[in-house]
Design a binder for this molecule. Structure first.
Ligand SMILES: C[S@@+](CC[C@H](N)C(=O)[O-])C[C@H]1O[C@@H](n2cnc3c(N)ncnc32)[C@H](O)[C@@H]1O
Length: 280
């Protein structure tokens, strides 16, 4: 059994909520993801890998970049997300992508294969990150390029911090703060740690670019923000077996917290990521 068995179970169970909220999540995650893709700049004809590809939106984007003479593999540990990704690729008539339900930490993707490896928030969930990045590296071509984006500290990401704390104020159950060593959305938030992991995994030319900005929502987008927070993570956990009354009180608490931040109809919440680039 893989050491990421609990992540497989978590993401398999979270898949319906994630899929329901992912359109909203795009509002926060798309721009940093695009920046990481710009850094990767895969050449037409290249062979690329998308790690933790979810429902495959970024995999299709990679496929467009490498064009019909290139090929892209999307890998994700959650079978329902991979099935959805396959459906979307078929609907888009995209035939230079394949999807694998696999653990990027332990599964063998073939040696010396990928010129470009990308991930949008899909590499923070490994039980043993050094082993995982070494495994990814072994699938890369000799001068292969890795580019991914990961969240900085939760305190610098109010778009999720504010709703999570608001939900906690309604349920009374405060989630334990994420620690850098623990698999989860904030496990690669520390640039020095990320550098050390990639170095130990054998990467060179490691470049880590911290980017901090803000996401600005209109006040009438508050329901969208409740959706983002409720899709996966601690708020989704708190709501898992909740009755309607509890759901309503959590949603209301999130709405109130966000509305209290509104200024002239706009809510500005901090967002901070690390753009990480490295070569094999
Ligand atoms: C936050 S989601 C991001 C999904 C997608 N990259 C996006 O931006 O929409 C993280 C993804 O990583 C996947 N994941 C977690 N651990 C993994 C592992 N060991 N191997 C492959 N995928 C993994 C999850 O199933 C999930 O789809």
């Amino acid at each position: 059994m893989s050491s990421n068995q609990d992540q497989r179970q978590y993401w398999t169970e979270a898949a319906p909520g994630w899929l329901a909220a992912e359109r909203a999540f795009e509002r926060v995650g798309a721009e940093p993801g695009d920046r990481a893709l710009d850094k990767l700049a895969p050449a037409p004809g290249a062979t690329a890998l998308d790690v933790g590809c979810g429902s495959g939106g970024t995999t299709l984007e990679l496929a467009r970049k490498v064009g019909p003479t290139g090929a892209v593999v999307g890998v994700d540990i959650a079978e329902p997300l991979v099935e959805e990704a396959r459906r979307r690729a078929a609907d888009a008539g995209c035939n230079n992508v394949t999807f694998l339900a696999a653990d990027a930490e332990t599964d063998d993707f073939g040696g010396n294969r990928f010129a470009a490896v990308y991930s949008r928030f899909g590499v923070m969930f490994f039980a043993d990150p050094v082993a995982a990045f070494a495994n990814i590296r072994s699938a890369m071509a000799d001068d292969g390029h890795l580019s991914f984006v990961a969240w900085q500290n939760v305190l610098a990401n109010e778009w999720i911090l504010v709703p999570v704390l608001a939900a906690a104020s309604a349920t009374g159950a405060v989630p334990s703060p994420p620690t850098p060593g623990q698999p989860g959305p904030f496990s690669l938030s520390d640039a020095d740690r990320v550098h050390a992991i990639l170095d130990e995994a054998g990467f060179r030319s490691i470049d880590i670019d911290p980017v901090a900005d803000a996401v600005v929502f209109a006040e009438d987008e508050i329901p969208l923000m409740v959706e983002i927070a409720s899709g996966a993570g601690p708020v989704a956990e708190a709501l898992r077996d909740a009755d309607d009354a509890r759901r309503a009180s959590v949603s209301q608490a999130i709405e109130d917290a966000l509305r209290s931040r509104a200024d002239r109809g706009q809510i500005e919440l901090s967002r901070a990521v690390l753009l990480v680039s490295a070569h094999r």
